[in-house]
Design a protein around this ligand. Sequence first.
Ligand SMILES: [Fe+2]
Length: 579
Amino acid sequence: MKRREFLSRSATAGLSLGVLSACGGGGSSSPDGGKPGTDNPGTGNPGQPGPTPNAPEMPSYGGPDPFQHGVASGDPLANQVILWTRLTAAGLDEIPVIVEVARDATFATPVYQGVGYARSQNDFTVKLDPLLPEPETTYFYRFRSLGFTSPVGRTRTAPAPGAQVDHLRLAVVSCSNLPYGWFNAYARVARRADLDAVLHLGDYIYEYAQGEYNDADLAGPRPVDPPHEIITLDDYRRRYACYRRDPDLQECHRQHPFICVWDDHEIANDAWMDGAENHNEGEGDFADRKRAAVRAYYEWMPIRMGFPDRDMRIYRRFDYGDLLTLVMLDTRLIGRDPQVDSPSEARDRNRQLLGQDQRQWLFEQLEYSRGRGARWHVIGQQVMLSPLTLGTLPDTPNWDLGGGAQLNYDQWDGYQTSRRALLGRIEAMALDNTVVLTGDIHSSWAMDVSADPGNPLVYNRFTGQGSLAVEFVTPAVTSPAAPSKALSDLARAALVPLNPHLKWVDLFHRGYLVLDLTAEHCKADWFHLNTVSEPDDSEFFARSYLTRDGQNHVERASQPSAPKTAAPPLAPATQGIKP
Ligand SMILES: [Fe+2]
């Protein structure tokens, strides 16, 4: 079922679930090593700690502040983190950029200085991947070029893989469609001083033309560039540049390291390996479009390219001491077969969501994580893993309608062999403490993950017994779901009885999720916004669910987690950005 069909069919079913398809509208970052890259597009320039380099010769320049798109950091390892900026200086190329890293925001205690270059071949984006002295440490950084100094950024290295870690906290975001609202969620996340990192699960940009998938009332204050649907490399670059002018997004990047994966809209709606719902022959070869989108992504996002000759391979791993192994997956480009329309097709044994290589890699990461004694195994990915059905029949793999009629075949429901393989592996390993983080669907969900939630012999909806893992879904930063809270409540009342594993869903509010990890629990706190129709500083605590060590099912918590102790100070406000 295409997402738009899903929308209309859901509406027909009286569930107002069409809104769910609105998405349609130090260790190592990989087991292979995650080596610092070479000077390829979007790849960090490896840096070495040491003496201050000779100051490069700067070209003469009389223009405005070239740091128009802020600063960013990402993919933290124990002794490395990607640092990013972009220069806007008309008429210049090969522009030297000095980067400085220090333990304090005044740069009285420098630990690194290096030089990168802004080149037209990388759309004047600059990435460095410096070696930093201490794991689990907050650093401040800034860039200097052409007589200007960038805003001061703040970042944090990961704990060493074997370190004992008592407490981690991550913000989880997705689906930030600029013309659909103000980035109030990014502004709120930016000011949380106790985060170790921000996970962005995709739909960082949207590909649509001006006016095609937006809040019409915001067409004036929130226009997109270019105004047409983005297809070429220049288009994608311009769209990232447009988004990265947003001050709330800049501030969020400035304060926290990001760990990102793409979803479909970084390329085109409902993308799969060789095509997309929102791509037609008149728009050229999809392979060319995908290549352009991926190149612009690596240029503009603070992400480490682990394999410069295999840029589609975005899936990677992060080790946060003995508390967390974080695996980031690609469910779009590397191995997804096309979406289908029926339960029988969704059960095709040959269909794949991850592709053979990534699936095998994922299984190896789960083995690795358990082998090294990590408490939590967290999988960051895009589309909902748990089934979403209009029926509660036990799952019978040889029956077309076993398990009920699925509502959205763009998610794992459309790739049931892939889901069986993953859950079967977790069950065969008797692996405790797997947590799945999901975006894409513009709504908030807390779920147990069972191989057969409709079968009381397999899963007990009242105790959670039989659940293999848990899944937390983060709402959108701006993209819409249900048009009203009343419709959201109606849909929840219909869905929860039909989906025994579903404990809570909110289809109306935008916001974000905070994941709090200790040895005892992995807890999701949802924070929602009152509005994205105008700049607004408010948020409210919506709901909490946690899973306890060894329990593998969710239970409701009454309050959000208390702030982490001794949070490092935020980077001070700076005025280096021209409006
Ligand atoms: Fe989305």
